[in-house]
Design a protein around this ligand. Structure first.
Ligand SMILES: [Zn+2]
Ligand SMILES: [Zn+2]
Length: 354
């Protein structure tokens, strides 16, 4: 709901993470729009793993006070005078990384690791847990009109998987292990399959996540609370072993498992967000020529690929969004996202209807 002030300005509601585990619903002016910017009327915002880390005080780089929300679906409400190719009413999502354009990585196409990286809804720029969000027009992607809002909000997390697969120097037929079948594990799985993966083994202790992985085409499933992962690895990959292992969790135990599952020469990709320093078995990394590779977010090419895959059916949105909450119930939404026994995968905040 938007209220007109006497001076003609608009105020909006937004949710601020004011301290660890403390959200406050606030009201403030609707931000004005510069000539190269657009204003989005936000309709859906995803709750991401990194949001939950920030909420719990365990994110290495995202800290309150902050308006969270970098997984955004909405419609354009105001388009700056200098913007071409976008119009009021367009269904859009945002690529939330804001970069300097001048550092070495920006100049060589890897702006996702800009030296001065800011991230809408995470670092240095308030996000989409608000009725309106103003962003640079170049960070906006117009989506097909027939897309659902659930699908639109999934572009960001799915693009994380697409980029992770690109970081793995992926080639068709690759043998893949994915540790963790939460949203990012599912995104990595679908990206690997879309890119022509051969055998894909997915490991997760939560049964409904494994079932969804099976539905989209995982070849083998392991539940480490029940199965012997190493025994299963031998059954699935034989002597050759996997070519790449994605750690989509990012803790000491999962990274250790990833390195132990690797054969000599396997790539291990860290997709999850580890909290600070974790021990690594460097003797294996050295002796086995294991390549340990980090991956962060995505660039425009990953977004375009993701939108293409979601359009042509190589990636599927079905089954990924499990819960919806109104913005006012943000605490409940985060509790649901944190409690794995509730079967949550992607939890959305519904800010408004189309
Ligand atoms: Zn995210
Ligand atoms: Zn830069």
């Amino acid at each position: 709901m938007v209220v007109f002030l006497l001076n003609g300005g608009l105020i909006m509601k937004y949710m601020e993470l004011t301290a660890v585990k403390r959200f406050e619903l606030k009201e403030g002016p609707v931000p004005s729009v510069g000539s190269d910017e657009v204003r989005i009327r936000v309709l859906r915002v995803g709750v991401c793993g990194s949001d939950m880390h920030a909420y719990e005080g365990t994110h290495p780089f995202v800290h309150p006070p902050m308006v969270l929300g970098h997984e955004v679906a909405g419609v354009l409400d105001v388009v700056g005078s200098g913007v071409r190719g976008l119009a009021k009413g367009d269904l859009v999502t945002i690529e939330p990384n804001l970069v300097c354009g001048e550092c070495y990585n920006c100049r060589t196409g890897r702006y996702n690791i800009c030296e001065k990286l800011r991230v809408i809804g995470c670092v240095g720029y308030n996000g989409g847990q608000a009725e309106y969000l103003v962003v640079p027009a170049e960070k906006v992607f117009k989506l097909p009109v027939n897309w659902t809002l659930d699908k639109a909000v999934l572009v960001e997390p799915m693009a994380v998987g697409v980029h992770a697969v690109r970081q793995a120097h992926f080639y068709p037929g690759m043998g893949v292990v994915i540790i963790g079948a939460g949203m990012i594990g599912q995104a990595t799985l679908q990206a690997a399959l879309a890119t022509g993966a051969g055998t894909v083994m997915v490991s997760d202790p939560v049964e409904n996540r494994l079932n969804l992985a099976r539905k989209v085409g995982a070849t083998a499933l392991v539940n480490p609370s029940r199965d012997d992962v190493y025994h299963k690895l031998g059954d699935v990959f034989g002597q050759r072993g996997p070519d790449v292992v994605f750690d989509c969790v990012g803790n000491e135990k999962t990274l250790d498992t990833a390195i132990n599952l690797a054969r000599k020469g396997t790539r291990v990709i860290m997709v999850g967000v580890p909290f600070g320093k974790i021990p690594v078995n460097m003797a294996f990394i050295q002796d086995r020529e294991i390549e340990l590779i980090g991956t962060l977010m995505y660039t425009e090419v990953d977004y375009r690929t993701t939108i293409q895959y979601l359009s042509d059916g190589r990636m599927k949105a079905e089954g990924l969004v499990t819960h919806h909450y109104p913005l006012e119930k943000v605490d409940e939404a985060f509790q649901t996202a944190l409690n794995l026994s509730l079967g949550s995968l992607k939890v959305l905040l519904d800010i408004a209807e189309q």
